[in-house]
Design a protein around this ligand. Sequence first.
Ligand code: NAP
Ligand code: F7E
Length: 329
Amino acid sequence: MTRKALITGITGQDGAYLAELLLDRGYEVHGMVRRSSTERFERINHLRDRLTLHQADLLDQLSIVKVLQDVRPEEVYNLAAQSFVPTSWLQPLLTGEFTALGVTRMLEAVRLVDRKIRFYQASSSEMFGAAREEPQNEQTPFYPRSPYGVAKVYGHWITVNYRESYDIFACSGILFNHESPRRGKEFVSRKITDAVARIKLGVQEKLLLGNLDAARDWGFAGDYVRAMWLMLQRDAPSDYVVATGRKHTVRELVEEAFAQVDLDWHDHIEVDPRLIRPAEVNKLRGDAGRARAELGWQPEVTFPELVKMMVEADLRRVQCELNQQELPP
Ligand code: NAP
Ligand code: F7E
């Protein structure tokens, strides 16, 4: 029988990659989307005729219950969240509603509609924040440094709690930063590769950045959604760190991206103190040993390959925009 999956946040970066993966594996894929006066489904437009979309909102309990009742999925992937860290200082309450309490609303719906649903929660390395050890694994204590990180800690523990309280197959995937050509342009990787393309093609001169010394463990989103799926195929639910095990600074990311187009980044980068965060996560590096051992998961795309993929995609896109051509899917 065809398996059914529901993805919240299907219009986001990870939602699009996960939808592709599940469709390739023969799933009937349903997505939860919130109402907007303008539809922005760019990341899933190429899949539209193979997906069923349902309107609901993480803020609205009954709408979530109704989607689960209508779809009756075997697997639910909860990817929806307010996911941009700087916005979490500007909108801390809304971030808490979406990113923290939204998880409880999803779990309550699962508890009410069908406790046999397998549930994936999109947890984050931002929960480690000012981590006391490196690399971070599933046992590393959390020390979040933003309202976003704090909300994700709540989401993680409520997932663990529903597993322990109600015997729900609920997994928390603690994913380190993962990027792609589909990454939102406000995140640092995409902000840089988009600017590199524009500078190379002569339509931008400077790029303003914040803390160049921050270091992250950056991987490719396409690799990371595979880990989400693998978690829900196990005999028993658990929590897994998903990471490459290597870290790079923002400065190194800049160097790598500008080197792709033979430009000297010193000529184009300026540091803008307004982009420095009220509290920073200085460095993160994950230990995905458990995911490797139990899920057989490992990343396939390296850091230089990731940066190259993103720069090339942005060069193609900006070139198409300049020629007023439509971008091929
Ligand atoms: P993203 O591109 O920002 O996508 C977020 C998704 O959530 C969008 O589809 C958005 O819909 C949806 N959403 C936001 N608020 C909603 C609401 N109230 N009701 C329904 N849907 C709502 O994020 P991503 O990078 O794909 O990340 C997916 C998840 O993984 C997020 O939970 C994020 O916090 C977490 N995470 C990401 C990373 C990473 O490096 N990418 C690492 C660890 C964890 P709209 O299109 O309507 O805005
Ligand atoms: O910042 C520094 C910034 O916004 C990375 C989300 O997906 O991953 C993401 O959160 C680093 C930070 O990602 C700029 O200070 C410097 O140290 O790309 P980012 P993030 O905050 O790590 C985690 C795992 C998630 O869960 C989140 O949802 O880069 N940085 N200059 C900058 N960052 C941005 N955005 N813009 C700059 O100009």
